[in-house]
Design a protein. Structure first.
Length: 416
């Protein structure tokens, strides 16, 4: 038994040492022009890890897979590796150029910037190495599919094949192609389950001809898919349309009030019951994007008191207080409200997660640091945050020990 335990321990230890010596995948620093120049000079493909700062699978890939010895050896030998936050700086243009629609998106391009291969989402070492090998072998058939689509845009079969591929690759062009597909197929096909699901996912506005057809044939759709289902799907189109209007405000433009009033008039016409909640949400978001913090917290609190929101989830509390932190609010009254919302998020969260608890306390620290008269409270919260960190480390060590014990027991049972 001791021999078995020793072998298992040595195997784990040697793997750790090799990973530390290897240092993981080496990501180059520099501008995109410098990266492509280096790729041309060394005649290698460029591997791009497209991530965001908030993406959990992205962080998992960076922490668990890129340090892997085999992954690092293969990628460092065969590619010029580059990583970019697609929401910041030059990453925004790269994401637009390569139609990145999900995170992480992994791209392989040549020195001229031509896309050779792509993969989407977190994957362990073996699948990632398989995708990398595909890239070295010429990549996938996107070029052929795209050429076929551009040549035969009126052929539903060709468009469907291209759409399926874009969906698999989380390509940001998926919605555009989906809407085109819906415009060329017979409307009777909207009653097919997969087409109806496509409508639910991709159509963004109640003013779409597709939605007009559904309203004209509402009874038949209710009978096919259920009244509640159809009603929910249609109501969501108004929310999405309002979100599109708000995106202009987020970009610093003036809110299109006329278009919003047109949307509300249609909600009245069609009997959409969520109008009050939508109006409230839009007005809150307007204030958020313009950083009018006192008006923002007042509007939210009034909506809560009036019962506009029937069920306030943990996510909603977080969505309300987070802008006050990221927007660098310094108004003490608004920050007091943020502390209350953080506590509300904590109390409404039924999941036991030390990481979540730490997150709430870290957010409290971020708020209290902007409140000079709260120095004592800040010191207390910082102490509690340190304690939570220690508890999280102990919890992780316990889980790791349990997992190792389980593996050892399984190995011993296997030997018997």
């Amino acid at each position: 038994m001791k021999e078995i335990i020793l072998v298992v321990w040595l195997g784990l230890y040697s793997g750790l040492v090799l990973a530390q010596q290897n240092g993981g995948v080496h990501f180059e620093k520099g501008t995109w022009a410098e990266i492509t120049a280096k790729a041309r000079k060394e005649k290698k493909l460029i591997f791009i890890d497209c991530y965001t700062s908030w993406c959990v699978p992205c962080k998992k890939l960076a922490a668990e897979v890129f340090p892997n010895e085999k992954v690092a050896a293969f990628f460092n030998s065969n590619f010029i590796c580059f990583k970019t936050d697609i929401e910041v700086g030059a990453g925004v243009a790269l994401a637009k150029n390569y139609h990145v629609g999900a995170y992480p998106t992994l791209l392989w391009v040549d020195g001229a910037g031509n896309l050779v291969h792509r993969a989407v989402g977190f994957m362990k070492a073996a699948p990632l190495l398989a995708e990398a090998s595909k890239a070295l072998s010429g990549g996938y058939a996107e070029v052929a599919l795209e050429a076929d689509y551009n040549k035969h845009k009126d052929d539903p079969a060709v468009v469907a094949a291209y759409l399926q591929f874009l969906n698999k690759m989380a390509d940001s062009r998926e919605r555009e192609v989906a809407l085109h597909y819906l415009s060329i197929i017979p409307k009777e096909r909207y009653f097919e389950k997969d087409i109806y699901q496509l409508i639910a996912k991709q159509v963004q506005t109640p003013f779409s001809p597709v939605i007009t057809y559904i309203y004209a044939n509402r009874n038949s759709f209710d009978e096919k898919f259920g009244k509640a289902n159809v009603e929910s799907m249609l109501a969501e189109k108004y929310t999405r349309n309002a979100s599109q209007l708000l995106s202009a405000v987020k970009a610093g433009k003036v809110f299109d009030e006329a278009a919003f009033q047109k949307l509300l008039a249609m909600m009245d016409e069609k009997g959409i019951t969520s109008k009050e909640e939508l109006v409230t949400t839009v007005r809150i978001k307007e204030l958020q994007y313009s950083r009018n913090w006192m008006a923002y917290v007042t509007r939210v609190n009034n909506a809560v008191k009036k019962g506009v929101y029937k069920n306030i989830s943990t996510r909603t509390w977080v969505d309300w207080y987070s802008p006050l932190i990221t927007g660098k609010c310094t108004d003490s009254t608004a920050l007091e409200t943020a502390l209350y919302w953080i506590d509300s998020a904590f109390k409404s969260n039924e999941a036991f997660s030390m990481s979540n608890f730490k997150g709430y306390w870290a957010d409290k620290v971020a708020v209290l640091e902007r409140m000079p008269d709260k120095a004592r409270d800040l010191a207390v919260i910082k102490s509690e945050l340190m304690l939570l960190s220690e508890l999280e480390n102990k919890q992780e060590a316990f889980y790791k020990m349990q997992a190792e014990r389980k593996k050892m027991l399984e190995a011993m049972l296997h030997q018997q």
